[in-house]
Design a protein around this ligand. Structure first.
Ligand SMILES: *[C@@H]1O[C@H](CO)[C@@H](O)[C@H](O)[C@H]1NC(C)=O
Ligand SMILES: *[C@@H]1O[C@H](CO)[C@@H](O)[C@H](O)[C@H]1NC(C)=O
Ligand SMILES: *[C@@H]1O[C@H](CO)[C@@H](O)[C@H](O)[C@H]1NC(C)=O
Length: 749
């Protein structure tokens, strides 16, 4: 505790004396005490009784007490000791504020006699307050552009204590940018100021934290702090900077529209609008780039916005500019190099330069019929074109650098294939490869390289004799596989002579349809077979021919009756045959001999005795030989002269017949005069060939008849050998006209 000390400066005693002179009642002078603030309650301030010259024993009698309300508030008087003590907390700063001295006046009253005394109690300061700042946390905003040595005033700290106990100094926490300068006012007050020592950079350090400490001069010293936050305000001092000055990107052509190519990125460390970067195309950007690429102003994404075509351009340079939103704005630039890569997007093309169409069928192999080029707008392997031709065509491809020729590889034949679909398949070397197929329809034009050809190896026509002129004999037909005029056929008959007459007087042919007509009436007995050489000719140039022989067989009709050779049917009455009466049965009386100009059946003769003539029982005629013989021995009653009528009939349909009359005279004469049955044959023996042929002819007739029955549609090509074995050989070896020849021979005899 502070000890009570009495201080009595000289001038106070003079004031006290004045008080005593002018005061009412008994005044015993001015007394001055001092006490330190914040002293404990009961602390003795001074011994009032002693200082007023009162004895302790007297005190209760004198009723010593404090006189004013104000005195009673803080102090009390102890009657047992006569001391003045503190009765309430004393706070100098509250009682007196910042005044340099703080004195409270205390009135003391005694009675018996009533006296008033004035005391002064000075409250002494104690360093009981720390300096404090009005704002404990302060924010300073300083632009980063602030110049070095710029000053920024700070708030002063307050300390209610006075004198040395008041604020005496300031301290600033260590930092890299600011120092502290403290100015003293004439009244002794201190004003702290921040001084910028090193330039601020928001981008480096956007905020500086400082602690300002105020210290008073008390002992021990007290201090107070304030937190100061320096916010560095942005200034647009940074331009946007791209990650790269040159971006390179490869993009395949035909990348779809909208595909992101890449993203350019410029960064601007400034804050707010100063750091907001926007992208745009640079001023040098070409129109094609603006058409093909889109730049997002916010994100910096570069997208494809048009069709990239390697074949159009394989490289683009895009200038991109970035600018921030500061005022004035700052900008950065970069270049985007876009390399377009080839894709195999162009199929190869086959360009036909010239083509020979139609191709004549007689074109020799290795003849060039077409010229063409191939082209592919892609590059590298994508543009390497190989060319193939479809298999199974008689054409091939020959290449001369980039030029190709289409050549014939084999000989052509329009008649087998008149048109070829030649496929030219061009394929590039891309992956996957693209192909183009060009189909050429190559016509093969006709050349007259095929002669006409008859549809049958041979033709025969059979014609009944006595035909009307103009009757159709047969139709020959030929074909020609060529086309057009080369296949237009004309028929004709090769000129020649038949029986001293031109053949054209026998037959004629329709040149267009090959119908062969008879020109005249034929007579089998004159002409049995007529070979006609028919020529067919096409209309090509030169024309081609074919010929064939048509055999026209004239068929016999039964138009001749048998002709009697014996007995001669002269106008004279024939001499009667003399027959002896004694002739035995079977005696040969005569032989009727007849021939028929017709052939075959029509010439097949039979003999019979007509009944009206004589006694039918007396003679009979051999049906096939015409021999007349006696049937029985003669009797006397028989007539001496007998008339025999023998009918000779051929086998035609209808049959024709002739009769021969034989007169027989019966006589008594000897037998030796009679006609020998062998006589006729003996005469015939002089011509053995005739007999031979007659026999053959008969055999032939029957065989042909047989063959006709059994082998329908048979034909006779040519007379060859007479050897008859079976039906087939009969057909081959026995033409009908042979019969005619045989019978003609017979007839000649
Ligand atoms: C842009 O570049 C800056 C600095 O290099 C980086 O921090 C940022 O992430 C980039 N932005 C994008 C979208 O790549
Ligand atoms: C090829 O032949 C067809 C019919 O066969 C015809 O239509 C076409 O015109 C011909 N082409 C040429 C080039 O002759
Ligand atoms: C008809 O053919 C024969 C042999 O086949 C030949 O010798 C003759 O010259 C040909 N005639 C014509 C006009 O072609």
């Amino acid at each position: 505790m502070e000890s009570v000390s009495l201080q009595r400066p000289a001038w106070k005693w003079q004031v006290l004396s004045l008080f005593l002179l002018c005061g009412w009642g008994w005044v015993s002078g001015q007394i001055h005490y001092s006490v330190v603030e914040e002293s404990e309650l009961g602390t003795v301030v001074g011994n009032v009784a002693r200082d007023l010259g009162l004895k302790v024993e007297e005190l209760p009698g004198r009723r010593l007490r404090l006189g004013s309300e104000e005195s009673l508030r803080y102090f009390a008087v102890r009657l047992d000791s006569g001391t003045l003590v503190v009765s309430q907390r004393l706070d100098r700063e509250r009682l007196c504020g910042a005044a340099a001295s703080c004195v409270l006046s205390v009135q003391v009253v005694t009675e018996n006699p009533l006296q008033l005394f004035r005391l002064e109690v000075e409250i002494l300061d104690l360093n009981d307050n720390s300096p404090s700042f009005p704002t404990a946390h302060r924010t300073l905003r300083i632009a980063e552009s602030a110049t070095v040595a710029a000053r920024f005033p700070l708030e002063s700290a307050q300390d209610p204590d006075v004198g040395t106990n008041a604020v005496s100094s300031y301290w600033l926490s260590p930092n890299s940018h600011f120092s502290l300068d403290v100015k003293q006012q004439p009244d002794g007050k201190l004003f702290p100021e921040l001084v910028l020592e090193r330039a601020l950079d928001r981008e480096e350090q956007p905020e500086v934290q400082l602690v300002l400490t105020a210290v008073d001069g008390g002992s021990p010293a007290r201090s107070g702090t304030a937190q100061i936050t320096v916010q560095v305000l942005d200034v647009n001092d940074n331009a946007p900077v791209f990650d790269h000055t040159t971006y390179k990107v490869k993009v395949p052509e035909n990348t779809p529209v909208g595909a992101v190519l890449l993203r350019v990125n410029a960064s601007d460390p400034d804050e707010g609008p100063n750091g907001e970067t926007q992208y745009s195309f640079g001023v040098h950007t070409s129109d094609s780039v603006r058409r093909l690429f889109a730049l997002d102003p916010r994100s910096g994404e570069v997208r494809v916005s048009g069709a990239l075509d390697f074949e159009e351009s394989r490289f683009y340079e895009i200038y991109v500019r970035a600018h921030d939103g500061g005022v004035p704005e700052m900008e950065g630039n970069c270049v985007l190099q876009v390399q377009v890569e080839d894709a195999n997007d162009n199929p190869p093309e086959v360009l036909l330069t010239s083509l020979l169409n139609p191709v004549p069928e007689d074109t020799p192999p290795e003849t060039v019929v077409g010229l063409f080029n191939v082209r592919d707008r892609d590059s590298g392997a994508n543009g390497d074109v190989s060319l193939e031709i479809s298999p199974d065509v008689p054409f091939a491809i020959r290449s001369l650098q980039n030029h190709f020729s289409l050549v014939t590889q084999k000989s052509l034949d329009r008649e087998s294939t008149s048109q070829y679909a030649v496929e030219l398949i061009a394929q590039d070397g891309g992956s996957p490869a693209l192909t183009t197929t060009l189909t050429l329809l190559l016509n093969i034009s006709d050349v007259n390289d095929n002669p006409p050809r008859f549809s049958q190896p041979s033709y025969e026509a059979f014609l009944q004799e006595n035909n009307p002129p103009g009757s159709l004999l047969c139709t020959v037909s030929a074909s020609d596989p060529d086309a057009g005029d080369n296949s237009r056929l004309v028929y004709s008959i090769e000129s020649g002579q038949v029986q001293d007459a031109p053949i054209s007087s026998f037959v004629h042919i329709n040149p267009d349809n090959g119908n062969l007509y008879a020109q005249r009436t034929f007579d089998f007995e004159v002409l049995q077979v007529l070979p006609v050489s028919v020529v067919v000719r096409d209309s090509g140039s030169p024309p081609l021919y074919a010929n064939i022989t048509v055999y026209i067989f004239v068929l016999d009709q039964n138009d001749h009756p048998p002709t009697i050779l014996y007995p001669a049917s002269d106008s004279d009455v024939p001499a009667p045959q003399r027959v002896p009466l004694s002739a035995p049965p079977g005696y040969l009386v005569a032989k009727v001999t007849a021939v028929d100009a017709d052939a075959g059946h029509n010439a097949w003769l039979s003999y019979r005795l007509l009944p009206q003539s004589t006694d039918p029982s007396l003679f009979h005629v051999s049906l096939y030989t015409g021999e007349v013989r006696t049937a029985r021995a003669f009797q006397d009653s028989d007539m001496a002269v007998q008339q025999l009528v023998v009918q000779v009939m051929d086998n035609g349909d209808p049959p024709l017949s002739t009769t021969a009359t034989i007169t027989v005279a019966l006589e008594e004469a000897a037998l030796e005069e009679s006609f020998k049955p062998q006589d006729f044959l003996a005469g015939a023996k002089e011509k053995p060939d005739l007999t031979f042929y007659l026999i053959i002819a008969l055999a032939a007739i029957s065989t042909v008849a047989l063959a006709t029955v059994h082998c329908r549609n048979f034909s006779f090509p040519k007379p060859q050998v007479l050897l008859i074995t079976d039906c087939a050989s009969a057909r081959d070896h026995f033409p009908a006209w042979w019969q005619g020849i045989i019978f003609q021979l017979g007839h000649v005899e």
